[in-house]
Design a protein. Sequence first.
Length: 621
Amino acid sequence: MKRKLNQNDVPTSAEPEADQQMVDAEAAATAEKTATTGAASDEETTFADLGLDARLVQAVAQQKFLKPTLVQRRAIPLALDGKDVLCKAKTGSGKTAAYVLPVLAGILKKKSVDPTPATTALILVPTRELADQVFKSIELFSAFCAKDVRAVKLTDKLTDAVQRSLLSTCPDIVISTPARAWHNVNGNSGALSLDKLAFLVLDEADLLLSYGYSEDLDSLSFSLPKGIQTIMMSATLTTEVDSLKKIFYRDQQPTLLDLEEPDAEGEGVTQLVTKCGEDEKFLLIYVIFKLQLVKGKCIIFVADIDRCYRLKLYFEQFGIRSCILNSELPVNSRIHVVEEFNRNAYDIIIASDEKEVLGNEEKAEEEQEDEEMDDGEVKEGVRPKKKRKSAKGDVEYGVSRGIDFKNVAAVINFDLPTSASSYTHRIGRTARAGRAGMALSFVVPKDLYRKHIHTSIPSAEKDEKILARITKQQAKKGKELKPYNFNKEQVEAFRYRMNDALRAVTKVAIREARTRELRQELLKSEKLKRYFEENPSEMNHLRHDGELRTARQQAHLKHVPEYLLPKEGRQALTAGDVGFVPMKKFDRRAGTKRKGGKRSGKAGVRKGDPLKTFKARRKTK
Ligand SMILES: Nc1ncnc2c1ncn2[C@@H]1O[C@H](COP(=O)(O)OP(=O)(O)OP(=O)(O)O)[C@@H](O)[C@H]1O
């Protein structure tokens, strides 16, 4: 029979009382009972109440986490009690801490009785970005016990020799993609030993198979010692999760935490849909950003890498700064872009999260996945997905999934994703950790679809079909997608400027931009790796939102002439307010020159300025 490593089994006499707080078995039992209901009767619970080690509670306090989130309240006591847990909770609900904290607690407990170095925990994630994020979380949460816990991630581009040397010291925690982990278990001179493993975590479990790790996961499952505790975290319950459940839990059923959490007042994502033609997307996005109708940081999702550059070059025409995230960029740059965005260095990220063009089989799989999610249950016996045809980019890349972008006011689906589950992950980049946010999706209706010179996106013809799936899925969660209309007449006034700008963004300019950015980022990436490790403070000087300037520059487009602005203010352009989060400290308005040479650039200045009358709705918690 499988024997669990139960933290209550470990003698605690050696532990200083203040440092080690015992697991509250009763709390764990209560949590288990209410596990699937998601009842929020224990909202006053603190991290200390959960039975975590005092050093971890201290680290959590340092992070200014006042109270555990629902998933943390439910999962931590169960995990501390040695239970296998399969947890489904919404994006941005704090799943990382929900497993990192009990894993750290388990390691500390084990070390207090047996300090022999051993790899005790293996955390499997689908992407390098996530590995980096988890690693940083571990660093933060182990701030007060750093000498007792050592974690390594295997996802950086490291030679086998370096990986061997990292693993030779038996780090307590290894964070890896399944492929890297298996490579080090099976190959690379068996650098990673799982003999002493006590915890296995599968983060973003719904994605591990879709990233093509099925064989690696299968192989790893046979190399695991008996009796380890397995925790799976997922934002959705799909066939993938079910397949993994069979592989990793075998005959032992995990405790299922299916946490549907209603948004509290002022929380959650306001979902808006604007139906428009392909070229209108460019018109609206120009109006939105040039007139700052969306307040705060924003992620714009597009269908593919070329679309990233088309939009970036288009924005450049108007002097709107943005940076790009896609699978083609080196991993160091990608991670740095996210870090800088989280530091508020950039306002706009243009990201392509799709695995480029999917084959028919893969499209069918996505549809199937949506249907399964519609059913709300996982079907039995469905085969795991095959490895997707990866395009030129990095297969271990993912933006819309799991990356913790901080304080994102809005997500704009410039191109609709190809599945409803992808939509869920995309909009989950905003309204994280109990905040408010907005998701605006452009949908091209069938009658407005035509192959436009500027676009060749594969999904456009299918927008309405996908929208129907999204609407259905969101309705099941009690969420609604509301239509959002721009004032067509007012917006039309900007059309000739849009055309001017789009004409300059030629295919050649896009190709050149793509190559130039890649070259620049590769250089930066090398620098990042070698130099910034030693000089972390210099990081700030490296920007990713520079102009690519491969398109013809048209200086006049950088300013918005006053006659284009409606007298009634920005609201005249829209059916209501769009943004929620106020602009950050500094204001990057283009500094429109007004008559008399004065700038009207600053927010909230000058009576009579049409922009001044616009008030962003500020939602406070
Ligand atoms: N108890 C808490 N109090 C305040 N903030 C928290 C708390 N727990 C987590 N957070 C913050 O919430 C954000 C989202 O957390 P996390 O990335 O763990 O979510 P997630 O559920 O894993 O999301 P996803 O499904 O998108 O991966 C992070 O910025 C994190 O620092």
